[in-house]
Design a protein around this ligand. Sequence first.
Ligand code: NDP
Length: 280
Amino acid sequence: MSAKLIDGKALSEKLRAGIATRVSDLKRRGKEVTLAVVMAGNNPASEVYVRNKIKACGDLGIRSLSYRFPENVSERELSDLIGKLNADPSVDGILVQLPLPRGLDEQKLLAAIRPEKDADGFHSVNAGNLFLGRPAVPACTPAGIMELIKSTGVPIAGKHAVVVGRSNIVGKPVAVMLLGENATVTVCHSKTADLKSFTLSADILVAAIGRGRFITGDMVKPGAVVIDVGMNREDGKLCGDVDFESASRVAGYITPVPGGVGPMTITMLLNNTVGIAESG
Ligand code: NDP
């Protein structure tokens, strides 16, 4: 391997120390930072994510309120709770864990959260403000990706950034953030013809595809910054969208999976929550 490893765990720990200091500063001024976590159903992956988020809050001194509902919860019950949390001045951030059980309108429920309390940055007002270059609560995974890229010290302005994947939660917002940092951005997707011709010209390559080891070393420009967002299960093991072994021989910098983007996503959720509390 010739690429330098971008260590998301180490960067997360550093950022979390700074967030913990901000949380204690607020506590000294009488403000207890609070995140409300709403979960419905018993999706095993969501159980793990929610547990990790609540633990991370506890580690940093953020109070978490956990609301659990059965699979057959009605949209009304959830929107009533969101309404109460919106109106409660002691609650800073609200997070509705996705996916919700089938039959519930996720977009409608996310839209019910007050944009100022939208800790995940999924509300259309926040997505719209990001698009317009206005202050917004940023989506967590894309914000974490930007921190990882910046941690390399490689300037973003003027570089060609290629994002593979155009989902609303990763690909599109990270493309807008890269554009905001003056990269020249190309967004690729499943209908892109000759994907390799784009990835090979990427100074910064973000892979958010959901297909294990899809980006191989022969698709990477020598010296590129490669961010692997993928979290795929293969034979019970976690693997990224990038074939680490071949890509790390060509790239200049690369994130591992696990230990790259994953830890940064929760860190950015905590960062958003304390940011909301500071602005309240
Ligand atoms: P989505 O399934 O919503 O989007 C995948 C994107 O990849 C789509 O835009 C799709 O194109 C594109 N794509 C699929 N196949 C190809 C192909 N053959 N060539 C080019 N593009 C292709 O996934 P997400 O964005 O939600 O997640 C992507 C990955 O990141 C997943 O592995 C997910 O688990 C992981 N993830 C990790 C997080 C973390 O914290 N580490 C957080 C969120 C996601 P099209 O639009 O044309 O269908």
